[in-house]
Design a protein around this ligand. Structure first.
Ligand code: GLN
Length: 179
């Protein structure tokens, strides 16, 4: 039987980085949330969000959590997408791919028939995707910015920094469809 959105419990990895905005969006969508810092915090979760931040630091901190969290649906934004690429997904990313001058920018593009205003902050670029990876959105420069592979979703932009909840809703739908 499929779960209802209100019954979902989604954790946000809170070891480092910008996790609070994700918690706020999830609350707006009516799901239960919790901050994840230890393996124990992963118990009972239906999904996990890995936020933006500093992927090298986050990779060092996730240590033993990594093995347990890989079984969950995961949505990674920016540094979170880098973590997914380095550990779980068949995608190749380049960190800080927009260099220092252009390290932050905003761009409008389409996703599922909706306009998305994407905020890119020292964003990575997705250079290559494997056969099992679905490209869900490209930005106005035709660069891949949102991808899915099974239960993993990765964006190079920060959907938690706008009022738009579409990408988070998509993640929740992914979980519900598989429940
Ligand atoms: N540049 C960061 C990194 O490589 C990612 C930036 C972000 O998450 N906003 O980890």
């Amino acid at each position: 039987m499929q779960k209802e959105v209100g019954k979902l419990k989604i954790g946000v990895l809170a070891l480092q980085g910008a996790f609070f905005e994700h918690v706020e969006i999830l609350e707006k969508l009516g799901v239960q949330t919790s901050e994840v810092r230890t393996v124990e915090d992963l118990a009972g979760l239906d999904g996990l969000i890995i936020p933006g931040g500093e992927s090298t630091t986050m990779n060092l901190l996730i240590g033993e959590i990594k093995k347990v969290m890989k079984k969950l649906p995961i949505f990674g934004t920016c540094a979170g997408a880098i973590i997914l690429a380095q550990n779980f997904m068949d995608i190749e990313v380049e960190r800080n791919a927009y260099g220092s001058q252009l390290d932050s920018f905003e761009d409008d593009f389409q996703f599922n028939g909706h306009n998305i205003h994407g905020i890119f902050i020292r964003a990575p670029k997705i250079l290559k995707v494997g056969d099992g990876v679905e490209v869900l959105a490209k930005n106005s420069k035709d660069e891949i910015v949102l991808v899915r592979e099974d239960r993993y979703l990765a964006s190079t932009f920060h959907p938690e920094l706008t009022e738009d909840t579409k990408i988070h809703e998509y993640f929740l739908d992914m979980i519900i469809q598989n429940s």
